[in-house]
Write a protein that binds this ligand. Structure first.
Ligand code: NAX
Length: 327
C-alpha cells in the first residue's frame, strides 16, 4: 500500500468539518487505495467537540484511516502535512465592520501560514475554504516564505458546481454533459460565473439560453446561492461546501478530465489582466499534481466588465489587509 498522506483540516468541529472528514476518510478525495492520516485542528474551546468527531470516525472503521489526532496548536497540526484544508475562520458577527473581519481572520491565517512554513511537507497543497477565502489564502501565503505561493489556493469549486447545476436544470441536460464552465474573481457576490466557453452535450451553452437569463437569473442565482441556502435551510451550506472541498483537492491531486477544466482561486500570474499575485478564481487544468490557468480564452466585453469588477473587490481587500499590516 502507498504511504499514508497527512491531511490537516482546520475548523474540524464546525459544520463543514463534520461533513468533510468522513468523506476524506472514506477515500473520496485521494482515492480508494490511499491511506490517510487525519490531523484535526481546532481552537481550544472546540477541541473536545473535535475529539467527539474522532470517536465517530473510529466507529466507521474506515480501512484507509492510518491516524486520527486532534490539535489546538497549528505548528503541531501542520507538521508533515501534505494537504491542508483551511476551513476554520472567524465568521462576521453582528455589528462587525469589514476591517474587524479582515483583521480577525488575518490573525488566524498569518499564524497558520507560519505554521505551515515550519513543518508542512515539501509537496504541501493548501486550499482555503474559510471566508474571505481568497484574501485569507493571500495572507497565509505571504507568511509562508519558503513555500511557493502557488501552493496556496482558495475554493471556488462550490460556485462552479452551483453554476453547473443551474445550467443543467435550465437546459434539462444531465450535469455530466456540461463542460468548461468557469468561475472568475472573488468567492463573494461579485464573482463571475461564465458560460461563454461552456458546452452542453457538445453544444455551446450560449446557443441554448437567452442572454437575459444569463445576466438576470443565472449569475445572481449562483452568486447569491449561499444566502439562498441560509434562507431556506436556516444554516449556511455545509455538505455541499465539504463536497466542493473534496472535489477541489481530488482534481488538483488526480487531474482534470480531458476536454474539461475546474475553477480554482490561485495566485495570478498576470493572466487575463488580473494583477499578479492576487488570489483570483480562474479556469484551471490540473495534471501530475500541478495546475495551470487555461490560456488564450476569448474574453467578451460582458465578461471583461464582470471579471474587472470582481478583481477590483480583491484589490480593495488586499489594500485593506496591507493597511492592517497583515501581509
Ligand atoms: P462553523 O462556524 O460551523 O465552523 C468553523 C469552525 O472553525 C469552528 O468549529 C471554530 O471553532 C473553528 N475555528 C475558528 N478559528 C479557528 C482557528 N484559528 N483554528 C482552527 N479552527 C478554528 O463554520 P462552517 O459552516 O464550517 O464554515 C467554515 C468557513 O467556511 C466559514 O468561514 C464560511 O464562511 C466558509 N464557507 C466558504 C465557502 C466557500 O465556497 N469558499 C462556502 C461555505 C462556507 O460558507
Amino acid at each position: 500500500a502507498p504511504a499514508p498522506v497527512t491531511v490537516t483540516v482546520t475548523g474540524a468541529a464546525g459544520q463543514i468539518g463534520y461533513a468533510l472528514l468522513f468523506r476524506i476518510a472514506s477515500g473520496a478525495m485521494l482515492g480508494p487505495d490511499v491511506p490517510v492520516k487525519l490531523n484535526l485542528l481546532e481552537v481550544p474551546q472546540a477541541a473536545k467537540a473535535a475529539e467527539g468527531t474522532v470517536l465517530e470516525l473510529m466507529d466507521c472503521a474506515f480501512p484507509l484511516v492510518a491516524g486520527l489526532e486532534v490539535f489546538d496548536d497549528p505548528t503541531k497540526a501542520f507538521d508533515g502535512a501534505n494537504i491542508a484544508l483551511l476551513v476554520g475562520a472567524r465568521p462576521r458577527g453582528p455589528g462587525m465592520e469589514r476591517a474587524d473581519l479582515l483583521s480577525a481572520n488575518g490573525g488566524i491565517f498569518s499564524v497558520q501560514g507560519r505554521a505551515l512554513n515550519e513543518g508542512a511537507a515539501s509537496d504541501v497543497k493548501v486550499a482555503v475554504v474559510g471566508n474571505p477565502a481568497n484574501t485569507n489564502a493571500l495572507i497565509a501565503a505571504s507568511h509562508a516564505r519558503d513555500i511557493p505561493a502557488q501552493r496556496f489556493t482558495a475554493m471556488t469549486r462550490l460556485d462552479h458546481d452551483r453554476a453547473v447545476a443551474q445550467l443543467a436544470a435550465k437546459t434539462g441536460a444531465p450535469v455530466s454533459s456540461i463542460s468548461k464552465l468557469a468561475i472568475w474573481g472573488n468567492h463573494s457576490a461579485s464573482q463571475y460565473p461564465d458560460i461563454t466557453h461552456a458546452t452542453v452535450g457538445g453544444t455551446p451553452a450560449t446557443s441554448l439560453v437567452e442572454q437575459s437569463w444569463i445576466s438576470e437569473e443565472f449569475i445572481p442565482r449562483v452568486a447569491q446561492r449561499g444566502a439562498e441556502i441560509i434562507a431556506v435551510r436556516g444554516g449556511s451550506s455545509a455538505a455541499s461546501a465539504a463536497n466542493a472541498a473534496v472535489e477541489h483537492m481530488r482534481l488538483w491531486v488526480q487531474g482534470t478530465p480531458a476536454g474539461d477544466w475546474t475553477s480554482m482561486a490561485v495566485p495570478s500570474d498576470g493572466s487575463y489582466g488580473v494583477q499578479e499575485g492576487l488570489v483570483s478564481s480562474f479556469p484551471v487544468t490540473t495534471s501530475g499534481g500541478d495546475y495551470a490557468i487555461v490560456p488564450g480564452l476569448n474574453i467578451s466585453d460582458f465578461s471583461r466588465t464582470r471579471i474587472d469588477a470582481s478583481v477590483a473587490e480583491l484589490l480593495s481587500e488586499r489594500d485593506a489587509v496591507t493597511e492592517l499590516g497583515l501581509l
